[in-house]
Write a protein that binds this ligand. Structure first.
Ligand code: TXA
Ligand code: MG
Length: 323
């Protein structure tokens, strides 16, 4: 399959209408979209990514008026939080509309819905005027792409088009909040922080690991998100990078003084937002250089630091998954 690289949201919408696959930019990471109403098109997302069929997709819409097309009902928490944070990096899990093909939600009776805040994504969704099912535009088990060339590396030849945009401003995937019960449950940390959500909805719960016999509430959380060729090691201070491995190591963090031997690649981030925005791109750059050990500095777990630490732990393999 030849993959078209385009800047046209209208062309992207036409390809979606024809049942094609379009990777597109969002403010979090790039997504791999198909018309959520066409089961065959949605099935081809799973094939292109090599994604397990039991991992549900997020449905993207242009605005809150389209919620009724994908949700059976909108719980009060979802209503209030979308009113405050949409468009933006927040996905709410709500009861699924019966007309939505089961393949979108991996057979669940709930659906994740997001209204992205990116001018190109918005233009595409507005031109398309329908729901777009889209996971992150990486091969399963790989880091989410935050630039279009990274998407081309992941999915070139496997999708109909890549809609160009700049680098994703946030760089980590959206906050996922299960609003089907009360209190709502944070299933994945993201740029809409726990603190920000609490300011609007005063009670929230954390997803707890279910006992082995119970189904996982957010199926994606059981899979390892990034299976690096390099080993990811979390440190409190750059001095923990051993001089012995430094020539084949890389370091990313907020402080960088004190290397005895300089690592192959060093990125000192301005702040946590900059760290989050550049993390997945840094991983990809390290991979290309053949870096063997990636040392990542831990950050305090408040605000955006919670989402960043979540991704760092997953990359370090602290969360074992089934693939
Ligand atoms: O920022 C984002 O959310 C990006 C952009 C493209 O929007 N998308 C994204 O999709 O990260 P994906 O598929 O890589 O991650 C979605 C996560 C998965 O962990 C999935 O299991 C969970 O959301 N999810 C989706 N629908 C769900 C549902 N109905 N119930 C529970 N979890 C759900
Ligand atoms: Mg993903």
């Amino acid at each position: 399959m030849e993959t078209r690289i385009t800047r046209s949201p209208r062309l992207a919408a036409t390809i979606l209408r024809d049942g094609g696959l379009v990777a597109f930019p969002t403010e979090t990471v790039y997504g791999l979209g198909a018309d959520a109403r066409q089961a065959r098109a949605v099935e081809s997302i799973f094939a292109a990514k090599g994604r397990p069929a039991d991992n549900p997709l997020i449905v993207h819409i242009a605005g809150r008026t389209q919620l009724a097309q994908v949700a059976a009902t909108v719980p009060p928490s979802a209503e209030a939080l979308l009113a405050r944070f949409a468009p933006g990096p927040l996905t709410v899990i709500v009861p699924r509309h019966p007309d939505l093909p089961a393949v979108v939600t991996a057979g669940l009776d709930t659906v994740g819905v997001r209204i992205p805040n990116h001018p190109v994504a918005r233009a595409m969704l507005t031109a398309f005027a329908g729901p777009v099912a889209a996971p992150s535009a990486n091969r399963s088990g790989r880091p989410s792409p935050t630039t279009w060339p990274a998407v081309a590396e992941e999915l070139g030849g496997r999708v109909d088009a890549i809609l160009q945009g700049g680098a994703s401003a946030i760089g980590l995937e959206s906050t996922v909040l299960d609003c089907t019960g009360e209190p709502p449950v944070i299933l994945r940390e993201g740029a809409i922080t726990r603190e920000a959500l609490l300011a609007v909805w005063p009670q929230l719960a954390d997803a707890v690991s279910p006992p082995p016999a119970e189904p996982v509430r957010s199926p994606g959380q059981k899979y390892r998100h990034y299976a690096p060729t390099a080993k990811v090691i979390l440190v409190d201070h750059p001095q923990e990078v051993p001089a012995r491995v430094a020539p084949t190591a890389a370091y990313i963090g907020l402080t960088h003084r004190g290397f005895v031997v300089k690592p192959q690649r060093v990125r000192r981030c301005r702040d946590i937002a900059d760290y989050a925005q550049s993390l997945f791109r840094f991983f990809r750059a390290c991979e290309k250089l053949g870096v063997r050990h990636i040392y990542c500095q831990r950050v305090p777990e408040t605000h955006m630091g919670r989402a960043l630490m979540d991704r760092l732990r997953r990359a370090a393999g602290a969360e074992e998954g089934s693939q």
